[in-house]
Design a protein around this ligand. Structure first.
Ligand SMILES: Nc1ncnc2c1ncn2[C@@H]1O[C@H](COP(=O)(O)OP(=O)(O)O)[C@@H](O)[C@H]1O
Ligand SMILES: [Mg+2]
Ligand SMILES: [Zn+2]
Length: 509
């Protein structure tokens, strides 16, 4: 028995079986049912998403013995011939190899003839943007006065190369890439029907390689089966498709989070020796960090991340080791690293530098820690060397930045709590302790009641155990504190050589 490649075997034969592209199939079915068939269509979109497939189903729908019908029977002579690609009434032309005006003239000659046994002569011209200008002009003449029995379907991956005069005479459908989820679901169905055992992870590995193309999904699955037979293991998929092991992403991020520079270098060497494109790797790593942020912040990450459950669990575990702000900073550094890698004559070293920079990120310093050290310095006790002047604005603003980022985060998770916190004063943020003060009264009572919730949210935000200390304050004390603060800030400005751009402290109510 000859082996039929999956793409051909699984080519949908009715509109209902086409995956995605609902906007196209629904419109076409309605048009057929309402007998409002256009004479020329443009099917534009990436390769392998169903353009030829739908063109053939449309041809069948029009010429089916039981038609025109939105549901071709696939059993009559016409349907069978179209499926077998031997119908004389459905002419498929490759625009890429028939680009000349003569080719189009030939079409114009032939189009006069009535269909042999169908109702329509359907011309499917693939890659139509490859036609020469002269050929387009000749085609235009036909499109201006098409015979009643002629239907044109122009498929293209580059619709912008088609002259406007042609476009304006066609009904246009933009085909979409097929979503990762849809591809995964389909591969599952195919594997089951074909008796292939394939884990969820393996399916994911194949699906993420194909960039929305179902044809590629089929042919990669073909490759994997040819390599491994019917019992496919994840390692088979990785080997057959020459994939980088995704475990490396997790190992590298973990090593960076654990500040294990040596391990980071070892892993980068592994990626490098594997021959994997480092720019692509950096892209994958960016995606991985993005996934981590989602796993950390979204309540139901499964709905957003098209990843196997096991990877989502791993992401959550890793993300819990770091603060949200740190992840954002990592993403920024990595984006910068990506540019460096693209430009560098030694991409490997550029990648190493980017990852090492991330691995040695200090936890973001809180403003209180800085002010505290300044305070000591003022009284001659300081051990801390002042930061270079150009760094000062960033460092000084970071504590209040961190506080307002935290408030923003809480605002999303628990808005009423955030609005109460906005009234409070931040006294200090020191390691694992956040001290706030608020005037004794209803706000104080509310915040005290919600201390546990607040701590949990701070915990989520910073990625470590946090304690929140709430003090009931009276205004006299607070103005005293404010005076102290003013002194410290003046000191900071002197040391750093900056200036006060904005005072974000709030006065007690
Ligand atoms: N939307 C889809 N639904 C189901 N299978 C599809 C879809 N798009 C493509 N395929 C599969 O890929 C193969 C090639 O698709 P095709 O329609 O020729 O793509 P193109 O858009 O490049 O014309 C089909 O035989 C079919 O197996
Ligand atoms: Mg095609
Ligand atoms: Zn039929």
């Amino acid at each position: 028995m000859s082996y039929l490649v999956l793409a051909r075997k699984w080519r949908p034969t009715v509109f209902e079986n086409v995956i995605g592209q609902g906007h196209v199939t629904t419109t076409l079915k309605n048009a057929i049912a309402g007998k409002k068939i256009a004479h020329a269509y443009i099917f534009s979109g990436p390769r392998g998403v169903g353009k030829t497939t739908i063109a053939r189903i449309l041809a069948k729908a029009l010429n089916c013995a039981k038609g025109p019908t939105p549901s071709p029977c696939n059993e009559c002579q016409s349907c069978k011939e179209i499926t077998g690609n031997i119908s004389v009434d459905v002419i498929e032309i490759d625009g890429a190899s028939n680009t000349s005006v003569d080719n189009v003239r030939e079409i114009r000659e032939n189009i006069k003839y009535l269909p042999s046994h169908g109702r329509y002569r359907v011309y499917i011209i693939d890659e139509v943007h490859m036609l020469s200008n002269q050929a387009f002009n000749a085609l235009l003449k036909t499109l201006e006065e098409p015979p009643a029995h002629a239907i044109f379907i122009f498929a293209t991956t580059e619709s912008h190369k088609i002259p406007a005069t042609i476009l304006s005479r066609c009904q246009r459908f933009d085909f979409k890439r097929i979503s990762l989820k849809e591809i995964q679901n389909h591969l599952k169905v195919v594997a089951e029907a074909e008796g292939i055992s394939l884990t969820e992870k393996s399916i994911y590995l194949i699906a993420r390689e194909v960039d929305g193309s179902m044809r590629d999904a089929h042919s990669l699955l073909d490759q994997v089966i040819a390599f491994a037979g019917n019992d496919v293991k994840e390692t088979d998929v990785v080997e057959a498709l020459g994939l980088m092991d995704r475990a490396l992403l997790f190992q590298l991020s973990e090593a960076a989070i654990d500040k294990n520079g040596q391990e980071c270098l070892k892993l980068i060497e592994k990626v490098y020796n594997f021959g994997y494109d480092l720019k692509k790797f950096c892209q994958d790593f960016l995606e991985h960090i993005r996934d981590m942020v989602i796993a950390k912040t979204v309540k139901e990450p499964r709905g957003v991340l098209d990843l196997p459950d096991s990877e989502i669990e791993d992401l959550k575990r890793l993300a819990n080791k770091v603060g949200l702000l740190d992840l954002h900073l990592v993403f920024t550094l990595l984006s910068k690293g990506y540019e460096d890698i693209s430009r560098s004559p030694s991409p490997r070293y550029a990648l190493e530098m980017a990852i090492l920079k991330i691995a040695h990120l200090e936890n973001l310093q809180s403003i209180s820690a800085i002010l505290e050290s300044l305070d000591k310095q003022g009284s001659g006790k300081s051990e801390v060397r002042p930061a270079p002047a150009e760094l000062a604005p960033a460092v000084v603003s970071r504590g209040s930045e961190q506080w307002s980022s935290l408030l923003n985060f809480i605002k999303k998770e628990k808005p009423p709590l955030a609005s109460h916190l906005e009234i409070a004063n931040l006294v200090s943020m020191d390691g694992g302790v956040i001290s706030i003060s608020v005037k004794n009264g209803p706000y104080f009572a509310y915040l005290s009641e919600n201390k546990k919730v607040m701590e949990q949210l701070c915990n989520d935000f910073f990625g470590k155990g946090m304690t929140v200390d709430i003090k009931a304050d009276d205004s006299a004390g607070s103005s005293l504190k404010q005076k102290e603060d003013d002194k410290i800030i003046k000191e900071a400005v002197k040391v750093f050589g900056g200036r006060i751009a904005e005072d974000r402290r709030r006065v007690n109510v």
